[in-house]
Design a protein. Sequence first.
Length: 375
Amino acid sequence: MGVEARRLCAHAVAAAGAGASAKADVERAGTGERQAMKRGIALILSWLLAAPALADADGPMGYLQTHARSADPVTRLNWGLIAISVLVMVIITALLLAGMLRKRGHAPRDGNGMPEVMPDTGGASWIYIGTGVSGLVLFGVAIWVLMVLSAVAAPAGKPGLTIEVAGRQWWWEVRYLGSDVSKTLVTANEIHIPVGVPVHVRLVGGDVIHSFWIPKLAGKTDMIPGQTNTTWLQADKPGVYRGQCGEFCGAQHAHMALYVVAQDGPAFDAWMRAQLADPPVPAGGMALRGSQVFLEHCAVCHAVRGSLAGGRLGPDLTHLMSRATIAAGTLPNNLGNLEGWIANAQGIKPGSRMPPQNLSPEDLHAVTAYLQTLE
């Protein structure tokens, strides 16, 4: 074999090897793409399967499961929008995967070896269909939103109760507005309402902007200083519903909780009668001494009806022991937490307006003994 022939054979072998290598690279790339596609499909399917389970995790601040006519229309709208979004994602993903998996032949080429321009195969019709369907869906959603806004704007019937809530740093003043002064009472950080009765809520801003939010009963409504906003609540079943300030209002914003206790009619009436009554006056012992310590150290900020304590800077403590928590949901209401809060509130809720009380152990025990009589 001559030199030229050997050179041509070497080139042919090299070309064949390069072709085989390129083919192998293409096959490996195709395999990698298919594996990546399978992983993506598995991820999407697992997310779709897990989403309902995650949504069913109904925590105290969950807003996708509500129990009130003042919130249910919004919840149904939320679920409807989630369903529409998931459906759109599924359709787009299915079309994308169909296009990726569809087998395609080699594009025809012209005399110069360039790919020929293919005639329209109907792809524009998909654009027209998608645009039309999207427009109809958005129009329907807009109508639905307007219906929901109308449904939650005001209760269907006349409110059976009016409450005024004022946001303070960082607690809630709750005032029940009766037809006369004798039926007006003030409490803090807890709202009691009768089940099935619409309640009109007047929202007053005290110091900075707060936001009244009971996720399972109503959406957020801002509380702005110098302005009165309104909302309404109507619980459909008894229970305790947690609320929270929904607008950042300072260092202890996260510790500004509120509880709404929905009770059946007789239980609510009994609670209201107990709240309207003045607490008993201590007759002697540790509680009597504690009432004197309270007047000396606490009466400037706190009020207790039926006594000389008439402060307005802090929560009204007339029936303190009827509340489940202290410090706006920060601590359970028990003897140990009461003593800790009185002794050093700044160590529990830094920045609050409750100053440290330099009480002797005897005075501390006495004042907590008095507070425990305020049921």
